[in-house]
Design a protein around this ligand. Structure first.
Ligand code: MIG
Length: 817
């Protein structure tokens, strides 16, 4: 079995005194940049104000402070007082934030830009910037003034920001880093990279999310350094008392996001960068993938095995081998003589087909995609005006410049035939961009960058994001406004507006199962909630136990897909023998039972900006020890899990947040706010339901839309006190929810020693196809003999020892005693 390669640690944390000042030489040995002098800001001479924008200048350089909302303030630096165009790929196009009020105060030694919630202080002497709350407590402060270096190599600046770091401060965020949740003590780099078989702490990886959350003194804030160049973050690694972030170009531009709760920082980060649209319901079912299922007979066989064995599955994937010589938007007619027929047969059996599309377009005069791209000048060029050429799967390739809106528009239309063939979703790979041999494009490749122009230094980290954006927008049009489903490997901040993500080429080891648990939590607090790992590990061979434990974690991965490399043995849920198949089936069925809950969690993400996975640090940041916990996480508000990540593990010590929790499988009650040792049988996993919750449940179906249901199950878990739960439903496929065609139920559950009351309030215009609820009561501390619903007495029925009632779905108030 393959062990993850022990990559030499590039992050030592023991660099020499002040080497941070020359850090690009350490990290980028290719560029022989002469040492240049650092430039700092001087004394503020004057300031000007325009609306919610304040500009301070020392006569040469300027700093802009812009108040976005009561809690979000942006700082920008212009070394020669000319700010770059105010454009960002990360920020929502429809952003509409306003502070309720703001003001500026001119003190002897500083200017204060104030909102109702936060004070941004700019020192007159040296431009030191700090952020304080209304109590005057400093949340985040410059250690040195912002500074820069002219880079003679390309005529831009290296820009730096260094912040004070109190001893207790911990850091979260940064997207897909394969590191411990607390980022402190390490240095990270953002430069999207194809990292097959990456290791623990290997850096950089596929994605660039230059956003972090700091927590100190129990309070949190966020910094979003919106810069697409290669960026670095040093979290008190080189010097224990400071944190720096810097970039090899572009503007020093960052958003300070006030907390003090981590969850509020995350929500506000979503206000800036957006959330996922609702995915089609089928996209949150179980997906089966490998590199590659072909020919057609093989695809059909895998699909039919699922149905024969009655293991639910909603999607099957075609990796690169479905194409003709790896030419995107073509079919290999030998393997797939009649794709339309195959896809429609699969669809009739409840399978959606998802196909891969890469950015590399084969240089081939007989290939329409190449010809169209060539004629219209859609491919990237080098600084010397030659085309950017590189070898990828199809051989010699050229690459569309997705930073050009025209190219995106064109690329979107290329999916037409695939959509007509019935393809339901698209998987964009290799979009770091990855090029065989040289890794990626050379720096001198030129990009359109929405007309602002830039080299690959600037466009590299957003290339993949713009590719999947054009895929998403194209599919949305072609599928006549049905919700598209896309997956991307490379991403920049804000990619959640266009796609789900997976963590790339992981390894079939227990260590990687743990890495996945870390990565998905981290992606979730970094805006990319719709995320998953290759369940089972991409490369290497898992045994039945590892595969099964990973499948269990997969149920609580927002994106649930098994995938593996071409040279691996079979990876279907039945491939490891009957004893593992039974458990995998049980857990995939669990995913389907929980679908209405999971769907609701996606809605809460979309509409209310709540991250899907919630680390313990986010749930209870007031306890310092919680900031180090990594294995337990909330999946939505009402479920908490702790995946089993060691072989042969019989039991596990885990922490439950405050409140009472029911063990999912037998309803044993646990008191939260403390650690518990629980058994970890192979056919179970530590899953807990918050007391007071309403958990909706679907019957097990073989795919999401298989059957209509007559009555929706609601499992009510008794808890002492008052609790709120939500249940969201809609059509599952269109954007009608944007016109309020959805149904969101608010349940207020009040538990007392001898009674339980549920009050329901319904929002939205959607009429569900089911008429009633079957309400199950779990953990009642009394013998129930009386149920009253909106004034009527109802009969209590029993099923498997659980009392339940049937009631009309519009009920307002229900009391059981
Ligand atoms: O160079 O399409 O991460 O999921 O199966 C490898 C083949 C290209 C890398 C992806 C992986 C996919 C594989 N791809």
């Amino acid at each position: 079995m393959a062990e993850s390669p022990k990559k030499e640690d590039i992050v030592t944390g023991i660099l020499e005194e002040e080497t941070l000042d020359n850090i690009q030489h350490v990290n980028n040995p290719v560029l022989d940049v002469p040492i240049v002098e650092k430039k700092y800001l001087n004394r503020i001479l004057s300031y000007s104000k325009k609306g919610n924008v304040f500009i301070f200048t020392d006569g040469k350089a300027s700093v802009e402070v812009k108040v976005f909302s009561d809690e979000i303030i942006r700082v920008r630096l212009a070394p020669h007082s000319s700010f770059l165009d105010d454009f960002s790929y990360a920020i929502r196009e429809d952003i509409n934030l306003h502070p309720t009020s703001f003001s500026i105060l001119d003190l002897d030694d500083a200017f204060l830009v104030k909102t109702n919630v936060v004070v941004c202080r700019v020192q007159k002497e040296n431009f030191l910037v700090s952020f304080e709350n209304m109590e005057g407590e400093v949340m985040n402060a410059d250690y040195k003034p912002m500074h820069w270096e002219e880079n003679p190599d390309f005529g831009g600046y290296y820009v730096y920001c260094t912040k004070h770091t109190p001893e207790d401060e911990v850091f979260f965020g940064l997207g897909d880093k394969s590191a411990n949740l607390n980022l402190r003590g390490r240095r990270y780099q953002n430069w999207n990279a194809d990292t097959y078989g990456f290791g623990f702490n290997q850096d950089p990886l596929y994605k660039t999310i230059p956003f972090y959350i700091g927590v100190t003194g129990g309070d949190a804030y966020g910094i979003f350094f919106d810069n697409t160049f290669k960026t670095y973050f040093d979290f008190a690694a080189e010097k224990n008392d400071r944190t720096s972030y810097w970039s090899e170009g572009g503007e020093l531009q960052y958003y300070y996001i006030h907390g003090p709760q981590i969850i509020d920082v995350v929500k506000r980060y979503h206000e800036l960068t957006g959330t996922h649209d609702m995915p089609p319901l089928w996209a949150i079912g179980y997906h089966q993938c490998r590199w590659s299922y072909y020919p057609e007979a093989n695809v059909r066989e895998v699909a039919s095995q699922f149905r024969k064995r009655q293991i639910p599955c909603d999607a099957i994937y075609l990796d690169i081998d479905y194409m003709d010589g790896y030419r995107c938007f073509t079919w290999n007619k030998r393997y797939f003589p009649n794709p339309r027929k195959m896809i429609s047969d699969l669809a009739a059996d409840g399978f959606r087909t998802v196909v891969m599309i890469d950015p590399g377009i084969k240089v081939d005069e007989d290939y329409w995609v190449f010809n169209e791209g060539k004629e219209n000048k859609y491919f990237c060029r080098r600084g010397d005006d030659y085309f950017m050429e590189g070898y990828v799967w199809p051989g010699r390739c050229q690459f569309p410049d997705y930073t050009n809106p025209k190219v995106r528009q064109w690329w979107g239309t290329l999916y037409r035939d695939l959509v007509e063939d019935g393809v339901a979703g698209v998987w964009n790979d290799m979009n770091e961009p990855a090029v065989f041999g040289r890794g990626t494009f050379p720096d001198d490749v030129r990009h359109h960058f929405e007309g602002l122009r830039g080299s690959h230094r600037k466009a590299h980290n957003i290339y993949g994001m713009q590719m999947v954006r054009s895929t998403y927008d194209g599919l949305k049009k072609l599928q006549k406004n049905k919700r598209p489903f896309t997956i991307t490997r490379a991403a920049y901040a804000g990619t959640q507006r266009y796609s789900s993500v997976w963590t790339g080429d992981n390894i079939a080891t227990w260590e990687h199962l743990k890495i996945g648990v870390l990565q998905l939590q981290r992606l979730s607090v970094s805006g990319l909630s719709f995320c998953g790992t290759d369940i089972g590990g991409f490369t290497g061979e898992p045994d039945g136990e590892l595969y099964t434990r990973w499948m269990q974690f997969g149920v609580f991965s927002p994106f649930m897909r098994v995938h593996s490399a071409g040279d691996t043995r079979d990876r279907e849920p039945w491939s490891f023998g009957p004893e593992w198949e039974v458990i995998c089936k049980k857990f995939i069925e669990l995913r389907y039972k929980l679908l209405p809950y999971i769907y609701t969690v996606f809605w809460r993400q979309h509409k209310y900006r709540e991250p899907i996975l919630r680390p313990i640090s986010l749930l209870e940041q007031h306890k310092p020890e919680n900031l180090q916990r990594e294995e337990e996480f909330g999946f939505g508000h009402n479920i908490l899990v702790s995946p089993v990540i060691h072989p042969g593990q019989q039991s596990k010590v885990l922490y439950l947040p405050e409140g009472d929790w029911y063990y999912y499988f037998d309803h044993t009650l646990f008191v939260g706010g403390q650690e518990h040792k629980v058994e970890t049988r192979l056919d179970e996993m530590p899953i807990f339901v918050r007391a007071g919750s309403v958990i909706p449940e679907f019957p097990v179906m073989q795919y999401t839309m298989e059957k209509n249901i007559d009555a929706l199950k609601l499992n009510i878990y008794w808890g002492s006190g008052r609790y709120e739960s939500h249940v969201y439903t809609d059509h599952g496929e269109t954007f009608a929810y944007e016109q309020s065609v959805y149904n969101e139920k608010y349940f207020i559950v009040e538990g007392e020693q001898n009674s339980l009351t549920i009050v329901q309030h319904i929002e939205g215009l959607y009429h569900e196809r089911f008429d009633s609820y079957k309400v199950y009561f779990i953990g009642l501390p009394f013998d129930a003999h009386h149920v009253e619903v909106d004034g009527d007495i109802h009969k209590i029925l029993m099923e498997e020892g659980k009392p339940y009632i049937e009631v009309e779905k519009e009920f307002r108030r229900l009391t059981i005693s």
